[in-house]
Write a new protein. Structure first.
Length: 379
């Protein structure tokens, strides 16, 4: 069975309506950028990001009040993926020194409660760990296992070089867990992730991501200028910027509307935008290629007729191919988990916008240029 056979739609006749639709979406996105901005992930902001997963839905304001009271300074707390997930973000890279001593004291109390009156010494302290030395291997092993059962992240060593030691990790997630684990009875939680990125690295990644997308679009425009005509390159370039701006605008507009759409700009999302650019230009090149063929074959036909005919000829292939890829992104969006949701959403929207721009933006710009410049396009 063949779908969309003998399509005969006047695409160019409706181009001004779709220009207005595109302009409105881009304008809304720009206004949202100015008023609301974009939410950047830990990859770009720097600091520490911790994901918590509760067994039952939680009141985010209650969680926020609890975490704001444990001495971590300014902390951002919001839902993560669903009403059971919580995302905690702080600019801190490690536990503050005044809190570190409290955690160390708590660990020592836990050791004394496991084996009272046992002798041990503090061998080393780092930003995110403390090492205790014990007199024999059996004692160190018991302490390590019991602390692990109590929720601490421990490492046990027993060799001639390092001695009989227990290394205990002291991270921001450990401090959060220790302080709020008893505050929500009947609703236990686990630490899903703890990621750290330095602020300098975050800024570098942000600028590199922006440059990567711009260079990708410029490189494609240069290629199209040689393969077709310069105006085809301009049309494709505008269509690509159009796709990126609308998709990026929806990240800003829809953030906070639903828990499921609290999506941040991360490295994965940047990869999705680069994929989107490549996918969108593939559709555009197919349309342009058919326009060129039609202009060579139907030399007496008008440019409007040739462009409309080219889009109608490629329409079945464009819709069916885009639909199959789009369905995959839908599945990935709902079933791919929190890590891939932003990536899937960018492609989910980008495929729709990219397919639309290949039909109503790129080719329409070529046609309008020809009308205004009063130049006949020939190959």
């Amino acid at each position: 069975m063949r779908i969309f056979q003998n399509v005969n739609i006047d695409f160019l006749g409706k181009r001004k309506i779709w220009y207005m639709v595109s302009s409105s979406l881009i304008l809304l996105g720009i206004i949202s950028f100015i008023i609301r901005g974009l939410e950047f992930g830990i990859d770009f902001q720097g600091g520490t990001e911790i994901g918590l997963a509760f067994q039952k839905p939680v009141d985010i304001s209650e969680i926020r009040n609890q975490i704001n009271s444990i001495g971590l300074g300014q902390v951002e707390v919001k839902t993560f993926g669903s009403s059971k997930g919580v995302l905690v973000r702080t600019e801190l890279q490690a536990i503050p020194k005044n809190l570190f001593s409290k955690i160390e004291s708590n660990i020592k109390s836990s050791i004394n409660s496991i084996l009272p009156n046992i002798e041990f010494t503090t061998l080393e302290r780092t930003e995110n760990s403390v090492t205790f030395k014990f007199q024999n291997a059996d004692t160190a092993k018991i302490i390590s296992e019991k602390l692990l059962e109590n929720g601490y992240q421990t490492t046990y060593t027993n060799d001639e070089q390092f001695g009989k030691n227990v290394v205990i990790r002291v991270g921001i997630s450990d401090w959060i867990k220790e302080n709020i684990k008893g505050k929500f009875s009947g609703n236990n939680f686990i630490i899903l992730k703890e990621e750290q990125v330095g602020p300098k690295i975050g800024e570098e990644l942000k600028s590199d991501a922006f440059i990567a997308i711009i260079l990708a679009i410029i490189s494609i425009m240069v290629y199209l200028a040689f393969r077709f005509k310069f105006i085809f390159s301009i049309g494709a370039g505008i269509a690509l910027f159009h796709d990126v701006l609308i998709t990026l605008g929806l990240f800003s507009l829809l953030y906070g509307v639903f828990d499921y759409l609290n999506l941040e700009i991360s490295i994965n999302v940047v990869a999705a935008f680069l994929t989107l650019v490549g996918y969108s230009i593939n559709d555009t090149v197919i349309v342009f290629d058919r326009i060129r063929e039609n202009l060579k074959i139907h030399k007496t036909a008008s440019l409007e007729s040739n462009i409309n005919h080219a889009i109608n000829q490629t329409f079945p292939r464009t819709v069916i191919t885009s639909l199959t890829v789009w369905l995959v992104t839908v599945i990935l969006f709902f079933l791919g988990g929190d890590v891939l949701r932003g990536f899937a959403f960018a492609l989910f929207i980008g495929i729709i916008v990219g397919t639309y721009s290949s039909i109503y933006v790129a080719s329409a710009i070529v046609y309008d240029y020809s009308l205004k410049a009063k130049k006949k396009i020939e190959f």
